[in-house]
Design a protein around this ligand. Structure first.
Ligand code: NCD
Length: 310
């Protein structure tokens, strides 16, 4: 079996081709049959979770996924819990984790931290989010969710709403979409939260056609997927800038009353106030299901990287 993930680092979704992602999705379909029980395929292996930035879903779902495959998990959360607080460099910390484990998942507030870890460690490294740059496994889950809900990723109309400037999850999803053939991609955000130039340049290079808008109004009745993201308050260099955009977009029942009945709303979570709670009980809400799919997708990814059949 050809396995494009075997022994590989996962730093950016851009490093993978459509067929690699399709292989992962097939594997995730298989993993779903096993989520109710524990497999033993990774017995004796150790997965290290090095989370230097806050996380709920990414950390827990990686932990559950690794344990479901039979691996042991060691984890650090926050710099204060490790010798980084004593002045140890990230590279030295990674070297230690590399000694103790077979696979490292890292989340860090600095762009490029996962790449540095991958260059330092012999074991494969998965990027669980580096600053505002990449969050490749979230994009894999998000694409898998669309495939699951619509039977495919191509031919749909997507609106990406929110913090396109600092949001790593929404940017990675966008890069992931560029590997497929969406019929339309709308990038919707207040002026201040527009995608960075380097992201737009990359999309042009990849040949993804997009339209930039400041509101959903003109397209709400035609889109199939709205991918919403939180304003990344912690990444704003200036709190005054955050104050200007706070609460500037919201998905609520009033807006959704004009949408297609089949429209699905995705969000990597956590949400703050960008999707009203009243949306949760409508058939449009796909974000909790999306969060659940993190388990089979991450099981599939770990199994493929470590080269075990499930
Ligand atoms: C995202 C993240 O941490 O980048 N969440 C996640 O991993 N599910 C999005 C966010 O924090 O807004």
């Amino acid at each position: 079996m050809e396995n494009p993930f075997l022994g590989k680092d996962v730093i950016s979704i851009l490093d993978f081709e459509r067929r690699d992602l399709e292989k992962l999705f097939e594997y995730a379909d298989r993993a779903r049959k096993h989520v109710e029980r524990k497999l033993r395929v990774l017995e004796g292996k150790v997965v290290a979770l090095a989370f230097f930035e806050p996380s709920t879903r990414t950390r827990f779902s990686f932990e559950v996924a690794a344990k479901k495959l039979g691996a042991d998990v060691i984890s650090v959360s926050g710099e204060e819990a490790t010798s980084v607080a004593k002045g140890e460099s990230l590279a030295d910390t990674v070297r230690m984790l590399d000694n103790y484990s077979d696979l490292i998942v890292i989340r860090h507030r600095y762009e490029g931290a996962a790449k540095l870890a991958a260059e330092t460690a012999e074991s494969p490294v998965i990027n669980g989010g580096d600053g505002w740059q990449h969050h490749p496994t979230q994009a894999m889950i998000d694409l898998y969710t669309v495939r699951d809900l619509f039977g495919g990723i191509d031919g749909l109309k997507y609106a990406l709403l929110g913090d396109l400037r600092y949001g790593r999850a929404i940017t990675s999803f966008l890069y992931g979409l560029a590997k497929f053939n969406p019929s339309k991609v709308y990038l919707v955000s207040p002026e201040l939260l527009k995608p960075r130039e380097e992201v737009l340049r990359k999309l042009n290079e990849l040949g993804l056609k997009y339209e930039i808008l400041t509101t959903l109004d003109p397209i709400i009745d035609s889109v199939d997927v709205i991918y919403v993201s939180r304003i990344q308050k912690e990444r704003f260099p200036d709190p005054m800038e955050y104050a200007k955009v706070r609460g500037s977009y919201i998905v609520d029942l009033k807006l959704l009353s004009r949408a297609k009945p089949s429209l699905k709303v995705l969000h990597p979570l956590p949400r703050v106030d960008e999707i009203s709670y009243e949306v949760d009980s409508t058939p449009h809400a796909a974000y909790f299901y999306q969060a659940w799919l993190a388990i089979p997708v991450r099981m599939a990814l770990i199994a493929l990287i470590l080269g075990v059949e499930i």
